[in-house]
Ligand binder design. Structure first.
Ligand code: ADP
Ligand code: MG
Length: 404
């Protein structure tokens, strides 16, 4: 089945038409609500610019954080509207609501080439409702903003694994097209899924342990080696009888990890040393320890130098690499060496001809925050969950819905 592209829409002509675009502006913010990494905004620009140049009346839909269906100023898209205005070089108005009076007035008032950003779609509980009728009602209200002859462009790759109103139900109600970002992401990941040049090495880390344990099973069958670090690794170490003290641990998953070790043991690559710290903090006292040497009451916040060497050795020979999840708490300098080491090893493998993809909000942010060369990777994906699910071989509802 073919998916129509943004180019198809441009060829049909967008001048004067209202075009609803689902973008991914879910950027990290600091306590002062300043954007700390604008990667996702920048990745969204090509689609928006092309529509503006074509004379469309652009209405952007996006979410930020998890406001849980309630209006909450803390999750307002105001910082995004500002950053977007600057990046586009044109004013982007922010509606005071999602599908309310203000959104309607502003949508009606758009001129050709204007851009309007709706407030956080997750301010409305129907956006993520499991009830299709509820989501449908919300989608109808979103679609009503587009007036007659409207169109929908899906460009929020980070959310295409979710069957949510602004991603999925809107697509069912309007002529729909894949934006350039979604198209690029799928093209790249397809290469990894369909015919990865071997050895194919997957690196998994990060903090969403229970989410990612399921992924391990699916990926272990496909990849040649699976490197496990970050918050992921402690449950595996515990499964081998190691006392991980206060490190991140999913006790109820220990049995699952034992099983995975038994089935895929030769494929799984685990740490051989760790960096232990007295507490979770940038200035915590810390030291390199052997696996069974975490002092009582301490926690491990990074993998150790011997581990980085071991991981780098595996990555060196790789011809395809997919990396999701930092190896440690890279936000604190003292615990960023594991992530840096793995990133550098992937950059080196890439320079030697490997095809490398980084997926995950925090992993991509880590690359930039640590001052590493983004160009050193073949592709940096804007979607963590979405790219993992695609690699697992799952169908992405937000992409599937574009096929018909
Ligand atoms: P991504 O967004 O790339 O998918 P995750 O959201 O799963 O990654 O995880 C990123 C977070 O994992 C980072 O904020 C990092 O500090 C945290 N993390 C990594 N290693 C550890 C660890 N050993 N203990 C606690 N947190 C960790
Ligand atoms: Mg994350």
């Amino acid at each position: 089945m073919t998916v129509k592209s943004l180019q198809d829409l441009l060829n049909e002509g967008v001048e004067g038409r209202h075009v609803l675009v689902r973008s991914d502006f879910n950027v990290p913010l600091n306590d002062a609500r300043e954007i700390t990494d604008a990667g996702r905004i920048n990745a969204s620009l090509p689609t928006i610019k092309a529509l503006v140049e074509g004379g469309a009346r652009v209405i952007l839909m996006a979410h930020l954080g998890r406001p849980k269906g309630e209006v909450n100023e803390k999750f307002s898209l105001a910082p995004v509207a500002e950053a977007l205005s600057e990046a586009l070089g044109q004013y982007v108005a922010l509606a005071g609501d999602v599908v309310g009076e203000d959104a309607h007035e502003r949508a009606n008032g758009l001129n050709d080439g204007d851009v309007l950003l709706l407030e956080n779609v997750r301010f409305d509980p129907r956006e993520t409702s499991k009830d299709e009728a509820e989501r449908g009602e919300f989608a109808d209200q979103l679609v009503a903003l587009a007036a007659e002859n409207g169109a929908f462009v899906s460009d929020g790759f980070g959310v295409v694994h979710r069957a949510q109103a602004s991603v999925y139900d809107v697509a069912k109600r309007l002529p729909h097209y894949a934006g350039t970002l979604v198209q690029k992401e799928i093209d790249v990941l397809k290469k990894v899924v369909e015919n990865p040049e071997r050895p194919y090495v997957v690196v998994l880390g990060g903090a969403k342990v229970s989410d990612k344990l399921g992924v391990i099973e699916a990926l272990a069958a496909k990849a040649d080696k699976l490197i496990i670090g970050g918050g992921m690794c402690y449950t595996f170490l515990a499964a081998q009888g190691i006392n991980v003290q206060k490190s991140l641990l999913q006790e109820e998953q220990i049995d699952k990890c034992k099983e995975l070790l038994a089935t895929y043991g030769d494929k799984l690559v685990l740490p051989v040393d760790l960096i232990a710290a007295t507490e979770f903090g940038a200035d915590a006292e810390n030291k390199v320890v052997e696996l069974d040497g975490i002092p009582e009451g301490w926690m491990s916040l990074d993998v150790g130098p011997k581990t980085v060497e071991k991981f780098a050795g595996v990555l060196k020979t790789a011809k395809t690499v997919f990396w999701n999840g930092p190896m440690g708490v890279f936000e604190f300098e003292a615990f960023s060496k594991g992530t840096r080491g793995v990133a550098e090893a992937i950059i080196e493998a890439t320079a030697n001809g490997a095809f490398s993809v980084v997926g995950g909000g925090d992993s991509a942010a880590a690359v930039r925050l640590l001052g590493l060369d983004e160009e050193g990777f073949s592709h940096i994906s804007t979607g963590g969950g979405a790219s993992l699910e695609y690699l697992e071989g799952k169908e992405l509802p937000g992409v599937k819905v574009l096929e018909s």
